[in-house]
Design a protein around this ligand. Structure first.
Ligand code: CA
Length: 374
């Protein structure tokens, strides 16, 4: 092979650098993104001060911590050129106004879950979680390499937003119950706090869904205003103290098998950053994506052991007939959503086609590994 002279080497290197500005759009396909024009030289000394609002209470373990760490990584990687101030829910804007704050540019970034915006952008729910849907590694496969990111960009484009995966809870727990669930009949009239599509499914099954804010769940469960609640997993649930007031801890979390934590970025403010800062920001969000799932995995296994030591608390699996019915009602709820919303249909078609392939692969790998080996 011919040796490159320095000039040829540099020009090839420059091309490779331009092609590397992927910002996830083309992370797996290798195609060039629209953001490949270089703007590093525009004003290399300029410092950017950004605001990130979150939907989490201030100092919320793992989810809030991850955002603060991401901001620190960005500041270090950029040599202080991009500084992000992270706010807890309610500190700058109310938690559920985070979407509008970033869309309008009042804040540059936000962190939450795409199902929080179901009233505004119903089609975006597929970028949070789907009952009986994909787990964390499958959904990362779909978003990062299976066409999901492109659809996420498309659904948020009218709002001048981009959404990125910034963590995953892994499979959640089914929730805390003060009434046993032995059959479908036990769901009738059950007063449960369960948001999102899962809540829709539970109400189809006859439950009364009562959604209260995170800080009010404990008191409502203790006073019998609700009979049951779902939350996250052993670590966060233990810190909420639910084991002190509930009799049964049910699994699995059929309603949230791998919830994606979403970071929203104002699209035009992102595109206006020098190219290296854009890459630094997206790289830090991707590190947060990995870090958050790793935290959930390790903290949940640690706290499951604590919960199992609690006296008078019973860990129970949902009966098969209950899960089968909830699966059927999930499909019914999804059909209602996609039949009335062409964008939801487009995203769901991509999601379910990917899920089918991923499941066939997992049959021969993860599933059999857990069943027969681990
Ligand atoms: Ca949950």
């Amino acid at each position: 092979m011919k040796k490159l002279n320095r000039k040829e080497f540099l020009s090839k290197g420059t091309l490779a650098l331009a092609g590397s500005s992927l910002l996830l759009n083309a992370a797996c396909s290798g195609s060039e993104s629209e953001n490949s024009q270089s703007s590093i030289s525009s004003n290399p000394q300029k410092t950017y001060k950004w605001k990130m609002v979150t939907t989490w209470p201030p100092n919320f373990p793992i989810l809030g911590d991850g955002c603060k760490l991401m901001a620190q990584w960005v500041e270090k990687m950029s040599g202080g050129r991009l500084k992000i101030q992270v706010y807890g829910g309610g500190e700058l804007v109310p938690a559920l106004e985070a979407f509008d704050a970033v869309s309008s540019g009042a804040a540059e970034m936000a962190n939450g879950g795409a199902y929080y915006w179901a009233g505004k952008v119903p089609a975006a729910q597929f970028f949070a979680t789907v009952p009986f849907g994909m787990n964390a590694q499958q959904v990362n496969g779909w978003i990062l390499c299976g066409g999901g990111q492109e659809l996420w960009d498309e659904v948020y484009a009218p709002f001048n937003l981009r959404g990125f995966p910034a963590g995953n809870t892994g499979v959640q727990m089914g929730g805390w119950f003060n009434k046993p669930i032995n059959s479908l009949a036990d769901l009738k009239g059950l007063k449960m706090r369960i948001p999102g599509l899962g809540g829709k499914v539970m109400s189809k099954a006859g439950a009364t869904v009562i959604n209260v804010a995170g800080g009010e769940i404990y008191t409502n469960l203790e006073r019998g205003v609700i009979d049951a609640t779902e939350w996250l997993g052993p670590f966060h649930d233990y810190t909420m103290g639910f084991h002190k007031i509930a009799k049964y801890y049910y699994y699995p979390g059929w309603h949230e098998p791998g919830t994606v934590l979403e970071t929203l970025v104002n699209k035009s403010k992102l595109a206006a950053l020098p190219e290296d800062l854009q890459e630094i920001l997206v790289t830090a969000i991707m590190r947060q994506n990995t870090w958050t799932l790793a935290q959930f995995e390790s903290r949940n296994s640690e706290f499951l052991a604590k919960i199992m030591e609690e006296e008078g608390l019973e860990l129970r699996v949902f009966p098969d007939e209950v899960l089968a019915k909830l699966r059927e009602l999930t499909q019914e709820s999804i059909n209602e959503l996609v039949n009335s919303n062409p964008m939801a249909r487009k995203i769901y078609d991509s999601y379910s086609a990917y899920k089918q392939k991923a499941q066939a692969w997992s049959e021969l790998t993860e599933k059999i590994y857990y069943e027969k080996i681990q």
